[in-house]
Design a protein around this ligand. Structure first.
Ligand SMILES: [Zn+2]
Length: 428
């Protein structure tokens, strides 16, 4: 079976430009996939190659074993790398994907580019580290100039378009302000690619799909820093199969999606998460706008695993009090043993082990009560919550008692409606 990609073309909107292509997946209606940017960035979109769209659909095609048939040529570099290494390795070493063919012409057409350096910018620890690491660089060509927010991160991929838009608009407003403070350009890229995946599990936060957004803007970039979650030594295809976390295969994917004239870098692969937190913690712009949560209002809820992890990390290095503008610091410090116990129950190594080691290194004793609370209360609580998360009546009660805002991210009315509908569907 074949997935077909038509010729890429541009479409102008109200102050925006879209790079579009018609896509027809087996057994589904033809659909238009697009990357949308402010018209200021329209001249950098690439219609001459199919690369962005092939990367955009690749994981879903490999999951179903669909060959990809594209009308406009792909760059020879990318087609070679995917065909010779990417597809054989991902289909051979993971349980998620099957081997497929890429059918179409290739070209070594030179794409003129403005030669800029960019990085993804969600306002989280990894992206702030990448930005600050490449600011005032001793390597002029590697000085980061453009910060990109794409509708593709973990926060926006798994929710319906309407809610993702709420997150995207709130984040854009906040991040454009931070970019201006840093003296950098901000580019938002809205897209319907997450909707094409229809919440099918094909791995999260993966560079293959994210690089499609940068290939779409290839006329702008020469260097792009992929803000990695883990250190380079984390590479593990089995762990990727088990968890779907793209961070486990980043070191393999970075050279795979690089082509002549556009190079990706594994930024942050040299540092642990705690080292990144230590690196960024003293910058006022980070203290004001660090955003790790993924909540729809682009704030930090203070209750979810990402908020609890980051507050525990900042507390372990003695810097949490400087983050009063970003997190509910006073509340955290008042109940820090319980909050740490909850984090240890929700999270996993290396995050949890690094927090405990760093606390010890900074002379902060972790009371036995933390472990007691973790094992006797929060771990069983987490297991019960996971087992009942899709139970309709329990979820209804959960919202009636406002447990969403007490134990995690507050859900909007629309999110509550969608979650309850989902529970009903699963009950059938
Ligand atoms: Zn949160």
């Amino acid at each position: 079976m074949e997935l077909k990609i038509g010729k890429p073309y541009l479409e102008s909107g109200k102050g925006t430009v879209r790079l579009c292509a018609q896509v027809k997946a087996p057994g589904e209606q033809q659909t238009k996939l697009f990357f949308e940017v402010d018209k200021k960035w329209g001249e950098y979109l690439v219609t001459e190659l199919s690369d962005a769209f092939v990367l955009a659909v690749l994981k879903r095609a490999m999951k179903h074993g669909w060959d990809i048939c594209y009308e406009t040529p792909m760059s020879e570099d990318l087609c070679y790398q995917l065909t010779a290494y990417g597809i054989p390795v991902l289909s051979g070493l993971t349980e998620i994907y099957s081997a497929i063919l890429l059918k179409g012409e290739t070209t070594d057409l030179e794409i003129p580019a403005a030669g800029k350096a960019g990085t993804g910018f969600s306002g989280g620890v990894d992206s702030f580290y990448s930005v600050l690491k490449h600011k005032d660089s001793r390597f002029p060509k590697h000085e980061v100039t453009h910060l990109v927010l794409a509708r593709n991160g973990a926060a926006s991929s798994s929710v319906p378009q309407k809610l993702a838009r709420e997150w995207y608009d709130a984040s854009s407003k906040k991040l454009a302000k931070s970019a201006a403070e840093l003296g950098m350009e901000y580019i938002g890229v809205w897209s319907d690619i997450p909707d094409f995946y229809r919440r099918e599990s094909c791995g999260n936060g993966c560079l293959i799909q994210t690089s499609s957004f940068i290939h779409a803007l290839r006329k702008l970039f020469k260097n792009y820093y992929w803000a990695s979650t883990f250190r380079t030594d984390v590479i593990d295809f089995q762990e990727y199969s088990r968890t779907g976390d793209g961070g486990f295969i980043d070191p393999f994917l970075v050279p795979l999606v690089s082509v002549d004239g556009l190079r990706f870098h594994h930024s942050g692969g040299e540092a642990s998460r705690i080292e990144k937190v230590e690196y960024i913690a003293d910058f006022p712009v980070v203290q004001r706008s660090l955003t790790v949560c993924g909540s729809l209002d682009a704030g930090n809820c203070g209750n979810c695993v990402k908020c609890l992890r980051t507050m525990a990390e900042l507390n372990s290095i003695g810097k949490l009090e400087q983050f009063q503008e970003s997190f509910p610091v006073k509340k955290y410090l008042k109940h820090w043993t319980g909050k740490l116990a909850f984090e240890l129950a929700l999270d996993h190594p290396p995050f949890t082990t690094d927090i405990l080691k760093t606390m010890e290194a900074h002379g902060k004793k972790v009371p036995a009560a933390v472990f007691m609370k973790k094992w006797c209360f929060y771990t069983p609580y987490r297991k019960v919550r996971e087992a009942l998360r899709d139970h309709y009546a329990v979820r209804k009660l959960y919202y009636m008692l406002k447990l969403d805002e007490k134990t995690g991210q507050k859900h909007s009315r629309e999110m509550k409606r969608l979650r309850l509908e989902e529970c009903k569907r699963k009950r059938r």
